[in-house]
Design a protein around this ligand. Structure first.
Ligand SMILES: [Fe+2]
Ligand SMILES: [Fe+2]
Length: 194
């Protein structure tokens, strides 16, 4: 923030700030995706992440074009939200040994990223239109469309097989959730009904 005046004085500044935010986020995602490709053990999931890495690079190019159209230098501004989503995904992945459970965790993390991008591009595309820049809005809407399609695809893979495979890896003995449920029943049994 500036010393004498705030950095964001109007909606144009806010738009540019948010554009820089997603520019930073896309670069972080492009850095994180190869690791997700390496960690995924399902061929379809691996292929999906690989394809989205390619798409992400194309999305960065569209953002470069948007900056150029606005006569602005392409530049990112740190986005703690995407840093947090990626850091949390890495932490969780580091705690999982079972490959099927890891695949389920990777999809969940990737969908958190997609949802973040969807909200950003949705806002940016509508602001660009509002600010009289349909050319920039079109570029942002193209990225939005790809993020939505990716989210839908990931959802399909998770529902069709990944989650089921993770479920099949549950131990025969009651899982932690079931044990907690049983413990609650025991406690509840001791409480007299009102
Ligand atoms: Fe993206
Ligand atoms: Fe994405």
């Amino acid at each position: 923030m500036g010393w004498f005046s705030p950095d964001i004085e109007n909606i144009d500044d806010l738009f540019l700030h948010t554009l820089r935010d997603i520019y930073y986020a896309e670069h972080q995602i492009a850095k994180a995706l190869p690791d997700m490709v390496a960690k995924a053990s399902d061929a379809e999931l691996k292929k999906g992440f690989t394809m989205h890495l390619r798409q992400t690079k194309g999305q960065i190019k569209r953002l470069d074009r948007a900056f150029k159209a606005l006569k602005q230098q392409p530049k990112g501004t740190q986005c703690p939200a995407i840093d947090g989503i990626i850091a949390e995904a890495n932490d969780i992945a580091g705690e999982i040994d079972d490959k099927m459970v890891l695949n389920a965790a990777l999809i969940a993390a990737a969908q958190a990223v997609e949802h973040y991008e969807i909200t950003r591009y949705g806002t940016l595309a509508s602001w660009a239109k509002l600010l009289g820049r349909p050319d920039v809005a079109r570029l942002l809407a193209a990225n939005l469309k790809e993020e939505k399609a990716t989210d839908k695809k990931l959802n399909g893979i998770a529902k069709r097989k990944i989650n089921k495979k993770a479920l099949a890896r549950r131990p025969k003995r009651p899982g932690r959730l079931e044990r907690a449920e049983n413990a609650m029943l025991v406690t509840a049994a001791g409480i007299p009904a009102i």
